[in-house]
Design a protein around this ligand. Structure first.
Ligand SMILES: Cc1cc2nc3c(=O)[nH]c(=O)nc-3n(C[C@H](O)[C@H](O)[C@H](O)COP(=O)(O)O)c2cc1C
Length: 176
């Protein structure tokens, strides 16, 4: 992605699309945290610190390179939107269903971004499941990070991806 930042209006259209995602019992179990500018740098610093805590040593060239790479990850796009699923507060809504709803919200954002000519990539990685990151973002303990959505303008053409044919993934039953 280039360093050109999408406008606030463009990002708000994505967020609006997200809130129309299907969700069970109208739970609307999502939260969004839009990180721009120095907030991405701060996230990178927390990610690198957390990785350092997990490494056996941090002095070698190899460890320093890994820490640097981690620190720079959120700088790969001008905007990172953290999409969070809240825990279920209703007995009829299973825990997984709120994650599914938040994932549907992410897909709405991806499709809207595509339509607008923006580049948008769904990433997770260790940081998504890291208590230090959740704390820095001010999340509740039951909240789950479903996506780090990297958003910007495409710098390179999208790589072609050929999916496994649906025929190999589908069973038709009772179809005469
Ligand atoms: C839950 C989830 C997590 C993902 N995490 C990563 C990730 O951390 N890093 C990555 O390179 N791609 C990740 N991907 C894959 C990309 O978002 C994307 O689907 C893939 O690169 C194919 O790109 P395309 O859809 O533009 O063809 C993840 C996808 C999903 C659904």
């Amino acid at each position: 992605m280039t360093s050109e930042r999408p406008t606030r209006e463009q990002i708000e259209l994505l967020l609006e699309a997200a809130t129309h995602a299907p969700n069970h019992h109208n739970a609307q179990p999502w939260k969004f945290i839009v990180l721009a500018g120095h907030a991405r740098e701060e996230l990178g610093t927390v990610m690198a610190k957390s990785l350092a805590d997990r490494l056996e040593e941090t002095n070698s060239e190899n460890a320093q390179a890994r820490l640097n790479k981690e620190r720079n990850k959120p700088l790969r796009s001008p905007i990172v939107i953290v999409v969070v699923a809240e825990p279920s507060k209703q007995p009829k809504v299973m825990e997984i269903e709120n994650i599914e709803a938040a994932a549907a919200a992410v897909q709405n954002m991806l499709l809207t971004a595509e339509e607008m000519g923006l580049a948008c990539m769904w990433r997770t990685g260790d940081a998504a499941y890291d208590p230090q990151i959740k704390q820095w973002l001010g999340l509740e303990s039951g909240d789950q990070i479903v996506a780090f959505l990297y958003l910007g303008y495409p710098a390179i053409p999208r790589l072609e991806r050929i999916p496994i044919a649906f025929k190999e993934k589908t069973t038709w039953t009772g179809w005469e």
